[in-house]
Design a protein around this ligand. Structure first.
Ligand code: ASP
Length: 587
């Protein structure tokens, strides 16, 4: 038997027990006649004591071991004289009677400690060592518990878990496909699913009624921070439902997960229109842990002779409460440089400080009277001590810029508090998005999303402007400014689906070639249906106040889409390429 107990479970009640433990050497310390080894496994750390007096030979060989050696020790549990209150096993130690080295170890390239000295890339290369560290290990255990709770909740609500294939043909979700060449059908390719979207809709036609799957999705997207080419979704679809049935079900799931895994009781989630979110927070994923709503100042600030504002489509600001004292001229200069960085792209930043002593200081004090500036303050509920930050320019751009500035200010002001969770449903997204460069519409969610019921007629016959303003029956769940998931009511009518494909620029033939299977299925009694998918990795990260999904994936890719541990992607043998029909034999 390798072990009678694990390294995290022995307590004072076990004193006197004969036990066997196995694990890794976390650290060892020699004190003349005594050698202490901290033995670690997944469950914890237990102190082993080797005594020179009792067994010189054993003690000497224990001293020859090093960090991360795998050993087995047999001994008796005894009370520690020098207790460690920070460790669950800290009241006891093992008086070792015999031990064996099960495997030796190289010195690890970084310390296996909660705070390690290893950089990102090094830890990725030795991910199996990184996972020995508590923070990474705990994240993976959290993820496992979370998927179990998802299964309990959805399984308990009559959802059926169905696996859908990975070798499929392209499903457009707005990214590029990963392509897999077919050996048996040379010159032909599978695509890895960007999501099981079409399959889950076919499962509704097939009568499964409520489907879910915790499933890998693959998207060959351009590199952006915190994106992974393969990631996991909690993917769902339901028949005979309206939007609110889906929102209620997945709000219920989210509340269940927070309650069981974090002990947090979430209140009912507010619901917000996309248009309102864009106008008020400059983002379709507003962080509602703090307020700082946008206030539009066109009526008060335009037409007064300040050309920057006069030439702008929109003048809009936020009130940074209590910040006038916090921001010196130097700090404002820094903030101005921040908004002018290419990633943000603002041309400049206007500030107004309502000082505690009643003075008003502003970067545009020359252009406006005190009365005029005061009127902005009134509209923006400014009190003494507040600071207004104002941007101007084209509507869409300036909203986005101010949205970023709002987040930056919240970071600076410490308003993003850990343990504070603010979910919100964003509703009524646009159906179509016009792309100037491609000169065509794209589906804002995906091509299977239905317009809102009252918009169907407009979609069938509308002109360009009408089409641009069509609303979809689509929704996103956002928590603390992170998009947790999204979905929609689907089109289940063949004609309407064909119409949508044609608006998206597919010819009849192209639509038939790519989606004939779905259009065909719609001719056999497709029920009304809709669904949603949550990003599982992101949900785990957000539930733990962490910003990176990488920490919740056992073996993630780096920012170049590479797995540096196994060295993938990699070249393959010429023979493999020939076999796949991707290269001709030379002779
Ligand atoms: N397939 C969609 C996605 O991956 C989710 C959905 O519409 O259900 O975002």
């Amino acid at each position: 038997m390798y072990r009678t107990h694990n390294c995290g479970e022995l307590r004072i009640e076990n004193v006197g027990n004969e036990v066997t433990l196995s694990g890794w050497i976390q650290s060892s310390r020699d004190f003349g006649g005594l050698t202490f080894i901290d033995l670690r496994d997944r469950y914890g750390i237990t102190q082993l004591v080797f005594s020179m007096d009792e067994n010189k030979e054993m003690c000497e060989s224990a001293r020859k071991t090093g960090r991360e050696f795998v050993i087995q020790a047999k001994g008796v549990v005894r009370e520690r004289s020098n207790k460690n209150p920070n460790r669950p096993t800290g009241e006891i130690e093992i008086d070792v009677k015999s031990f064996e080295v099960l495997n030796s170890s190289e010195t690890p390239p970084f310390t296996i400690e909660d705070k390690t000295d290893g950089g990102d890339e090094l830890r990725m290369k030795y991910r199996y060592l990184d996972i020995r560290r508590n923070p990474v290990k705990e994240n993976l255990i959290f993820r496992s518990k979370c998927s179990l709770e998802v299964r309990k909740y959805l399984g308990g609500s009559d959802f059926v878990e169905v696996e859908t294939p990975f070798l499929i043909k392209s499903t457009p979700e707005g990214a590029r496909d990963f392509i897999v060449p077919s050996r048996l059908n040379k010159g032909q390719f599978y695509a890895l699913p960007q999501s099981p979207q079409t399959f889950k809709q076919l499962l509704m036609v097939a009568g499964m009624d409520k489907y879910y799957q915790i499933v890998k999705c693959f998207r060959d997207e351009d590199l952006r921070a915190d994106r992974q080419p393969e990631f996991t979704q909690i993917d769902c679809e339901m028949s005979y439902v309206h939007r609110d049935d889906i929102l209620d079900t997945f709000e219920g799931l989210t509340k269940h997960l927070f309650k069981t895994l974090k002990g947090v009781e979430l209140e009912d989630f507010p619901r917000m229109d996309y248009d309102y979110a864009m106008k008020t927070y400059g983002s379709d994923k507003p962080d509602l842990r703090f307020d700082m709503k946008f206030v539009e100042l066109n009526d008060l600030a335009k037409g007064k002779g300040f050309s920057v504002f006069d030439d702008a489509e929109l003048v809009v600001g936020i009130n940074a409460k209590g910040q006038s004292k916090e921001y010196s001229n130097k700090a404002i200069k820094k903030l101005t440089e921040w908004v002018k960085r290419p990633q943000i792209g603002a041309k400049g930043l206007v500030y107004v400080k309502f000082e505690e002593d009643g003075m008003i200081r502003s970067s545009v004090g020359k252009f406006f009277s005190e009365e005029q500036i005061k009127s902005w303050g009134d509209l923006m509920s400014a009190d003494a001590g507040d600071m207004l930050l104002i941007l101007s320019g084209e509507v869409d751009k300036v909203r986005k810029q101010l949205g970023e500035l709002r987040l930056e200010m919240a970071r600076n002001m410490g308003l993003m508090k850990d343990g504070d969770f603010k979910p919100v449903w964003i509703l009524d997204f646009p159906l179509l998005e016009w792309d100037e460069d491609a000169d065509r519409f794209f589906a804002m969610h995906h091509p299977f999303t239905a317009p809102k019921k009252e918009e169907i007629e407009k979609m069938k016959s509308g002109d360009f402007e009408t089409l641009k303003n069509l609303k979809a029956d689509a929704y996103d769940l956002v928590i603390n400014g992170a998009e947790i998931g999204g979905g929609s009511i689907r089109i289940h009518d063949r004609e309407l689906q064909s119409k949508n494909f044609s608006l998206l620029g597919f010819t009849k033939e192209e639509a038939q070639k790519q989606f004939g299977f779905l259009l065909g299925a719609f001719e056999y009694g497709a029920p009304p249906h809709g669904g949603i998918a949550f990003g599982f990795d992101r949900l785990c990260a957000v539930m733990n106040n962490q910003s990176s999904i990488r920490d919740y994936i056992a073996f993630p890719k780096n920012n170049q889409g590479k797995d540096v541990m196994i060295d993938a992607p990699d070249t393959v043998d010429e023979e493999q390429l020939i076999e796949l029909g991707l290269q001709l034999r030379k002779d």
